[in-house]
Design a protein around this ligand. Structure first.
Ligand SMILES: *Cc1c(COP(=O)(O)O)cnc(C)c1O
Length: 401
């Protein structure tokens, strides 16, 4: 007898995941979003589009990425078997390129060759500048002044790749303001400009599109693992690597945990735990959980990891939280640093600080697991970009596990 599958078909036609999502944009962008939705719907039905997407990911970005059994880390906890999905081995060092390749192919179909993007840590900017160079497209990346100073290596990378980096000096001078500036550019230049968004955020159809492009992570994992794991764990900034890992498993009986950044602690004002501590509101064209003050003003997020330092989160995560399909937790800066050290010394893999948040959740999860359980962690990126932070924060002797 066929096992009855639970239905999961989100977003709805208007771009909502339950009450979350939608298109909260100025009227001048509505048409552009309708066009993009139609363009994507055609591409999704076209086997040629899919073939080209897969072929670039294979030949250029290094997919499929391995699923690595973490033997020494498993022994360290002495419970469930731990596996790592190795997005750190993608070209440019993280999962972001999966989505950028998909959107760049859509840009190609739309005939628009002026590419704009927003970036915080610079990782999405680098991925976009990379793929734009490969396609021969003009690329402009908006980045807050604060981030330009903190992430100078990535600024130089983008410039070397031929992109123009526009420094944003308004507001908090971080990702939130860079995104507002990119939206303003898009409003002004819609006829020839394609906006490549870096996570499962923004107005419909972006959260759905980015999720679909990142789903390659979960699809490969499903094939490689050959069965259904007990737990999936991924870090959540905007939520794209987590959605990419979770979505192909959403109808299966696997427990999923999204890990946010608790920064200096959930009781401090310095964290980025949007789902744990925020309230629903509108930011950057979508209705979702949001860090905001009593007057509804968007609060500043804080995390030692620049890639998790965003006051919003993708609307589908808000839906998965309220519908209780996914559990959301948060780990602090210090816990993430410890986990980065542990993974480096047990497995010989230096993780990105973002990914180290997912690893840190093992401290909570592992005691509850049994030997025949299995845990898959989405290792979203590698740690080269974070070496300065690691050097500053991890003592000379370290703390060998
Ligand atoms: C950008 C980034 C993240 C956070 O983005 P999501 O959309 O939440 O995946 C996580 N890990 C790495 C390595 C990143 O570069």
């Amino acid at each position: 007898m066929m096992k009855k599958r639970k239905k999961y078909s989100y977003p709805d036609k208007r771009g909502y995941f339950g009450e979350f999502g939608g298109r909260y944009v100025p009227e001048t962008l509505m048409n552009a979003l309708f066009e993009l939705e139609a363009l994507y719907a055609r591409a999704k039905r076209d086997p040629k589009f899919h073939a080209e997407y897969i072929s670039i990911l294979r030949e250029y970005a290094g997919r499929p990425t391995p699923l690595t059994y973490a033997g020494r880390l498993t022994n360290h906890y002495g419970k469930a078997r731990i596996y790592l999905k190795r997005e750190d081995l993608c070209h440019t060092g993280a999962h972001k390129i999966n989505n950028v390749v998909g959107q760049m192919l859509l840009a190609k179909r739309s005939g628009k060759t002026r590419i704009i993007a927003e970036t915080g840590a610079g990782q999405h900017g680098v991925a976009t500048a990379t793929v734009a160079a490969k396609f021969g497209y003009r690329c402009i990346v908006y980045m807050g002044q604060e981030d330009v100073q903190r992430q100078s290596l990535n600024v130089h990378r983008m410039k070397m790749l031929g992109a123009e980096v526009r420094t944003v000096t308004t507001g908090s001078r971080t990702l939130k303001d860079a995104t507002s500036e990119a939206i303003r550019d898009w409003v002004t230049n819609v006829p020839d400009t394609f906006y490549v968004i870096g996570s499962v955020v923004g107005p419909h159809p972006y959260p759905m599109m980015v999720r679909d492009f990142q789903s390659i992570i979960g699809k490969e994992t499903k094939k490689q693992f050959d069965g259904i794991p007990s737990y999936l764990v991924a870090c959540v900034g905007g939520g794209s690597n987590a959605m990419g890992m979770f979505y192909p498993f959403i109808k299966d009986s696997v427990r999923m945990i999204g890990v946010e950044a608790a920064g200096e602690g959930l009781e401090s004002d310095r964290h980025a735990a949007t789902l744990s501590k925020g309230r629903p509101g509108v930011l950057h064209g979508t209705f979702s959980y949001l860090l905001q003050d009593m007057n509804g003003q968007v609060s500043l997020a804080h995390s030692i990891s620049a890639g998790l330092d965003y006051p919003g989160v993708g609307p589908e995560h808000s839906f998965l939280k309220t519908s209780k399909r996914v559990l959301y937790a948060a780990v602090s800066d210090i816990q993430a640093l410890r986990a980065a050290e542990l993974l480096s010394q047990t497995e010989g893999i230096i993780p990105a600080l973002e990914s180290a948040h997912a690893v840190a959740y093992l401290e909570t999860l592992m005691p509850k697991t049994r030997k025949n359980d299995s845990v898959i962690i989405c290792l979203s990126g590698r740690g080269d970009k974070d070496m300065q932070t690691y050097m500053k924060n991890i003592s000379k002797e370290g703390t060998r596990p």
